[in-house]
Design a protein around this ligand. Structure first.
Ligand code: GLN
Length: 304
């Protein structure tokens, strides 16, 4: 497969979409990003790297961090996680409050904010130094010590995190948050503020494509069966109320974030990360989605 040639073709073909969508303005710090950035990095399971554009520039991974926090928590609790959070698509925006109330404090899945806040609570309960330990876990995946939180972004989100505070309080009222609301939200905002380049993101999430073995030292962090389950969750819930559309157009499991990043995997073949800050109304990167649709079209490979 000539990925270099395919990425060049993608870069040309997404140009007409360069002005579609808007940069997220929900977090002040993210609104300052240059909207015309575009980067893509693909790493195959044979550890061959291909990239294009702004693939070596750091960006805020935001909700993509939810697949990493879930992977870490899965190591501690295994299947017991599902007593506190479900595995069904929500069909609602990522920060929706209503469903959580009428479903009595059990979030539909770990990728909507309510579910990710429960996972954050699990990590706070199980880690000695939650933020540091989580950062070490992430750094170890691709053996990359330059991966870090962006404190400005975390504090900027904390100032306006009223909906997340509301979600955390509803969870607490139903007994589905064991630690203090403030402590869990603090962890959650830092987790979302992690910055990576497309290359670092693709290499960090390589284990989803490689049956649970990491890029760095081929270290097994989850079993093949656990990876199968996490990939299934990404397929059905990774893009909130646009998960169906992503499956239809791209045909790969993946996860998006409002920083404009998307990570997607083809099991046993590759992990790919894209970054373009302009988002559609569902909070997913316009050019990133288009680029991945072109990738599976051009390679004639998807999981379907
Ligand atoms: N930190 C953001 C929030 O909690 C993450 C949302 C996202 O990337 N979809 O609202």
């Amino acid at each position: 497969m000539n990925y270099d040639q395919i990425l060049k073709k993608i870069d040309k073909e997404i140009k007409p979409f360069a002005n579609e969508g808007n940069v997220s303005d929900s977090i002040h710090e993210l609104a300052l990003i240059n909207p015309s950035k575009f980067g893509i990095h693909l790493v195959t399971t044979e550890k061959m790297d291909y990239s294009f554009g702004d693939s070596n520039e750091k960006f805020s991974i935001q909700s993509i961090s939810k697949v990493l926090s879930l992977s870490y928590a899965f190591q501690f609790l295994g299947e017991n996680i599902w007593s506190r959070v479900g595995v069904e698509p929500s069909g609602n925006p990522f920060n929706s409050l209503a469903q959580l109330e009428y479903e009595k404090g059990k979030p539909r899945n770990p990728f909507i904010n309510a579910g990710a806040i429960v996972i954050a609570d699990i990590l706070v309960s199980n880690l000695k130094n939650p933020k540091n330990d989580f950062l070490s876990f992430v750094r170890n995946l691709a053996n990359c010590n330059s991966i870090d939180f962006n404190e400005k972004v975390a504090l900027s989100e904390k100032k306006v995190g009223f909906r997340n505070a509301a979600l955390a309080n509803i969870l607490k009222s139903f007994g589905n948050l064991k630690n203090g609301v403030e402590e869990v939200l603090d962890f959650y905002f830092y987790q979302c503020s992690i910055e990576m380049t497309c290359k670092e993101l693709a290499q960090s999430c390589y284990f989803f494509a490689n049956g649970g073995n990491t890029y760095s030292q081929n270290q097994r962090i989850l079993t093949e069966s656990q990876i199968k389950r996490l990939n299934a969750l990404m397929q059905t819930c990774g893009f909130y109320d646009e998960s169906g559309e992503f499956a239809y157009k791209v045909g790969l499991p993946g996860k998006s974030g409002i920083g404009g990043g998307i990570m997607a995997i083809h099991p046993q073949k590759y992990c790919v990360a894209t970054w373009s800050p302009r988002l559609n109304l569902k909070g997913n990167s316009v050019m990133g989605m288009k680029a991945l649709e072109l990738l599976t079209t051009e390679t004639q490979m998807s999981i379907f």
